[in-house]
Ligand binder design. Sequence first.
Ligand code: GLN
Length: 263
Amino acid sequence: MNKIVKRLLSTALIGALTLGMCACSTKSNSLTVEDGKLIMATNAFFPPYEYHDDNDAITGIDVEIAQAVADKLGLELVIEDVEFDSIIAGVQSGKYDIGCAGMTVTEDRLKSVNFSTPYATGIQSVIVADDSAITDIDTLLSGDYIVGVQSGTTGDIYMSASAEDGGVGEDRVDRYSKGNDAVVALMSGKVDAVVIDNQPAQAFVAANDGLKILDTPYAQEDYAMAVNKDNEELLDKINAALAELQSDGTIDSIINKYIPAQS
Ligand code: GLN
């Protein structure tokens, strides 16, 4: 290599390093945790919002909506499949940009994170065995039944509350890290009922014989994306993207693709 080429190369190298350093030093101003990426934390065991398809790809309503938002923001969507009850903490600590997991907006969570505009709704449902003596919520609450829930979810929060506050109390709640594990516990008789959001409830009942959903759903909830409290800019951009996706029908068509309209 002759001297000129060497010098040119080293100049290019210094230039590249300087650029790299600039990119690093401006990192704290960057819109997202990693430049150019939108890191979404989810728990992909919550069909049809997020689940592993037959090829083990993570798909579902939340994934498609987050992808559409990322596209509008010019960011690459990166999905992190983690425990549901670590999502809020991870968004709060700046590990993930968004928590997008059929996540209900609650007063308590709003103390730790911001939420985007809601893009879907859920309802809590009760799954029991076909021949269960539990016929409605009141029987469930008043009897001596054990309830399976997914840890850290609103189903867990409602059921773990004391009887005066409409729950069955901690002692009668069995927590599982995945909704499906709670359903497996129900099928093996370890728990008497599972309280979980209505859409995954329907998916679990469809996939397993001998289960039914009680006719008394309760607690209508809004699903939204959790965003770090210090990142108002990202929250605003996500809300602007969601508003566009709402008004051009994209969100409805994604939801309708996974949840056929009920008559
Ligand atoms: N909507 C419920 C919640 O936010 C459950 C979400 C989930 O299990 N992915 O707690």
